[in-house]
Structure formats: structure tokens, C-alpha cells
Design a binder for this molecule. Structure first.
Ligand code: AMP
Length: 426
């Protein structure tokens, strides 16, 4: 069924369907098919959906539909509240809501607020209230404390990427926000993963929720080719350059572990003639927005980022994601690779696996039910041995020498064996 037919069946207004069609949404995604009718009925919803599944549309369209029928907002009152973990996701969700609302006969006001930028323009923006506020929890509470908005009239609460909200330590802020909301309201909770903490949050929040878990539907799921390449720590930047040239890549998002690495790796690529730039939390909000916009506009070929970009950034048809440093957890792995193969497009996610990271990658594979062959690229065959293995070898050599003084590995020898720090080479 086409998106328009489906939307008509469930009662979405022509203005909303026109906007969805202008965004190129021709067929509803599984999460949209399952969640939208329930949300329109006014039910609480718990949805397990990955990034790229179309989850924003799944809550945004019913939300806008419901708001059209309600009395307009009063000063400083907010009617719908969307809580998100990051500024980038806030900006993106706000953008989707505004695009979808653009043809509505009665304009709806969407305000987006997040920390890290001056609070004053956001206070001004909220003057007179807003129909929908998209917010990160900390800044929302600041604004409430500044008396810039009141949450007593919120009729719908959306928690987007609830797992990430908890991962980022927003549990206390979340509880504080919930305490300010009226008891009578609709709650929608979206999360890529549902571990214990998210379950607990859902149980406390949702009333008889409609539970949705989006099963894999190969024809609608993004096709992500996952690859693992074994490489030495010091050869990763060279390998990245090599792959960029030989595989004919045009746009690549590269994940590294630290802001420093993002700076160094992007600088090395830039010096080698690849348009690369860093992206991390120490850049100003303005600089971050600019990098993303320029990346979308294909001004940059490579963006080297920390996990900051693993959520909430939607760059249509991002073809390649590279884990230069592995993510810390299997959940972060899902989010990183979710940056490619968005909404039915294919993409590839490549992980560089050094000897030291092998055991960690095996854990990620186990959690993901994956088993990827370790590729070797000609000229970049790994020669390193895991440093803990070296240390173990050194220790057992020590133990096996009968304890003859002078033959045991010295403290320095042991340090040398284990202290081989991963360097940013290339
Ligand atoms: P989300 O999971 O909400 O971040 O959406 C990921 C991407 O899918 C965004 O670029 C949306 O514009 C796009 N999208 C959402 N719904 C549909 C649809 N029904 N058909 C095609 N693309 C969609």
C-alpha cells in the first residue's frame, strides 16, 4: 500500500500526506505501519526501532495530526514534548516536524531547545508558548527554572532514543521532567535497544502500551554490508587512504575514540589530499552544524568523528562508515553502522580490527550474532601481536626459567611488553 493510501486509511490530513510525499516517503516503513494507528487512537506506545527505520515520522505525523484538532497553545504552555539525548537529534527531529507541518492550514509552532548554546534566544523563541517542544532534558529544565515555559499542559510525551537518554546519564533529569507533566497524557517511548534500564523506565511510564518490535523485513531494511579488516594499529590511516582511493569512496564517516584522534586523523588525510574534517564535542555548536551541512552538501569527503555523530545525524545515502577505533559497546556499534544504509539504501560498515582489539571485536560480534571474516588488504597485512599475549608470553618465560636471578624479565621488560601504546600512525 502506498504511503498516501495508508495515511488516508488511518485518517492523516491531506496537508500532512502532501508533506510526507514531498520528503519522498512513498511506502510506509514497518514501524510507521504499526505505530501510527495506535498513536492516533491515543494509546501509549513502546517501540523498539533502530535508527533509519522511519521512527521519527512514525510519531511526528500522528502528533501533528492530533495537535491540529486541539485548541491552540496558551502563553508559555507546551502541548507536546519530545525528549531526545543529543543536540543533533533535537535539531533533526525539529526539522522533520517542521517539514511535515509546513502545509497545515493552521500553522503549528515547533521549538527546538538544547544545551551548549546561549539560552536567551531559546527563551525568546518560547515566548507565547509552542505546540511542540523538542528538547534535551538538561536545557529543558533550565528553561522551566527560568520560567520560560510550563509543562502542565503537555498532552503527549515522546521519549526518542530512550536507551541513549539513559546511557548519557539523563535519568535524574528525566525523572525531574516527568514530575512536571500532568498525570493525564499519552506516552510514546522509542528505543533501539530494550535492556533492563529501558524496561524499567517503560514500565514506570507507560499505561497498557501497544508494544512494537520491528522485525527484519529484508525488502525495507537498509542493506548494510559489514566488513572487518585486520590491520596494524600504526597502518590504519594509510589503509584508510588506500581504501578511499581504491574503493572509489565519495563520502565516509570515520569513527575514532577521542577528539584528539579525530583532529590528527583528519589532518593527516587532509594533508594527503582528501577533504577531511574533524567533528567532536569540543567544536562550537555553530561549527558542528556547519560541518554536518557541508558534509551533506558534499563539500567534505571524510568526516572523522567521535561517538558524538553515532546518533541523530541523518545524511541520506551515506555510503560508508569506518570504525577506525572500535566502539566501546555492541549498542554503540549498532548506532554507528546505522549511519549508513539509511531508509532502504545500501551501505557498508567497515571495522579496523587491530591485534589488541580482536578480543573486544569478538565480544561485539557475539552480542550481534555476527561472525565476520577478517579481511587482509595487500600491503597492509597485520604483523602486530596482541600486547596482552606478549605480556603473558613474557610472564610465562619468566616463570619457566626456574627463577634464576637475572634471567627473569625485569620490571622494565614487562612494561615494555605491555606498554606498547596504540599509536596513531600512518
Ligand atoms: P528515522 O529512522 O526517523 O531517523 O528516519 C530515517 C530516514 O528515513 C530519514 O531520512 C527519513 O526521511 C526517511 N524515511 C522515513 N520514513 C520513510 C518512508 N516511509 N519512506 C522512505 N523514507 C522514509
Amino acid at each position: 500500500m502506498s504511503f498516501t493510501q495508508f495515511g488516508q486509511t488511518i485518517g492523516l490530513s491531506p496537508a500532512l500526506l502532501r508533506a510526507a510525499s514531498e520528503l519522498g516517503w512513498t511506502i510506509p516503513t514497518p514501524v510507521q505501519v504499526q505505530a501510527m494507528p495506535a498513536i492516533l487512537r491515543g494509546a501509549d506506545v513502546q517501540a523498539q526501532a533502530q535508527t533509519g527505520s522511519g521512527k521519527t515520522g512514525a510519531f511526528a505525523l500522528p502528533l501533528l495530526q492530533a495537535l491540529q484538532g486541539q485548541a491552540p497553545y496558551a502563553p508559555r504552555r507546551v502541548r507536546a514534548l519530545v525528549l531526545v539525548p543529543t543536540r543533533e537529534l533535537a535539531a533533526q527531529v525539529g526539522e522533520v516536524l517542521r517539514s511535515l507541518a509546513q502545509h497545515l492550514p493552521t500553522p503549528l509552532k515547533v521549538a527546538v531547545v538544547f544545551g551548549g548554546v546561549s539560552i536567551n534566544p531559546q527563551m525568546m523563541g518560547l515566548r507565547g508558548g509552542a505546540d511542540v517542544v523538542v528538547a534535551t532534558p538538561g536545557r529543558l529544565l533550565d528553561l522551566v527554572n527560568h520560567n520560560a515555559l510550563k509543562l502542565g499542559a503537555v498532552s503527549t510525551l515522546v521519549l526518542d532514543e530512550a536507551d541513549r537518554l539513559l546511557d548519557l546519564g539523563f535519568a535524574d533529569e528525566l525523572a525531574a521532567v516527568l514530575a512536571l507533566l500532568p498525570a493525564q497524557r499519552q506516552n510514546l517511548l522509542f528505543s533501539a535497544t530494550f535492556d533492563g534500564a529501558v524496561h524499567k523506565l517503560a514500565d514506570g511510564l507507560l499505561r497498557e502500551p501497544v508494544k512494537i518490535a520491528v522485525e527484519s523485513t529484508p525488502e525495507l531494511d537498509p542493506i548494510i554490508l559489514q566488513r572487518a579488516i585486520a590491520v596494524d594499529t600504526s597502518k590504519r590511516t594509510q589503509l584508510l587512504r588506500h581504501l578511499f582511493k581504491t574503493e572509489g569512496w565519495t563520502r565516509v564517516l570515520v569513527f575514532v575514540a577521542t577528539k584528539y584522534a579525530a583532529e590528527i586523523v583528519s589532518e593527516k588525510l587532509y594533508k594527503a589530499g582528501i577533504f577531511a574534517t574533524p567533528f567532536h564535542g569540543e567544536l562550537s555548536q555553530g561549527a558542528r552544524t556547519q560541518v554536518i551541512e557541508e558534509f551533506k552538501a558534499e563539500r567534505w569527503e571524510v568526516v572523522v568523528t567521535t561517538d558524538l555523530a553515532s546518533r541523530g545525524i541523518d545524511i541520506a545515502q551515506l555510503p560508508v562508515v569506518v570504525n577506525y577505533d572500535l566502539p566501546r559497546s555492541a549498542t554503540d556499534y549498532i548506532h554507528r553502522i546505522g549511519r549508513t544504509g539509511r531508509a532502504g539504501q545500501s551501505g557498508q560498515a567497515i571495522s579496523f580490527v587491530t591485534a589488541d582489539a580482536e578480543a573486544h571485536f569478538q565480544l561485539i560480534e557475539k552480542r550481534q550474532n555476527l561472525s565476520l571474516p577478517r579481511e587482509q588488504i595487500a600491503g597492509f597485512e597485520p604483523t602486530e601481536v596482541e600486547t596482552t599475549a606478549l605480556a603473558a608470553a613474557a610472564a610465562s618465560a619468566g616463570a619457566g626459567n626456574g627463577g634464576i636471578k637475572g634471567k627473569r624479565p625485569s620490571k622494565k621488560d614487562k612494561l615494555r611488553a605491555v606498554g606498547k601504546l596504540p599509536s596513531l600512525g600512518g
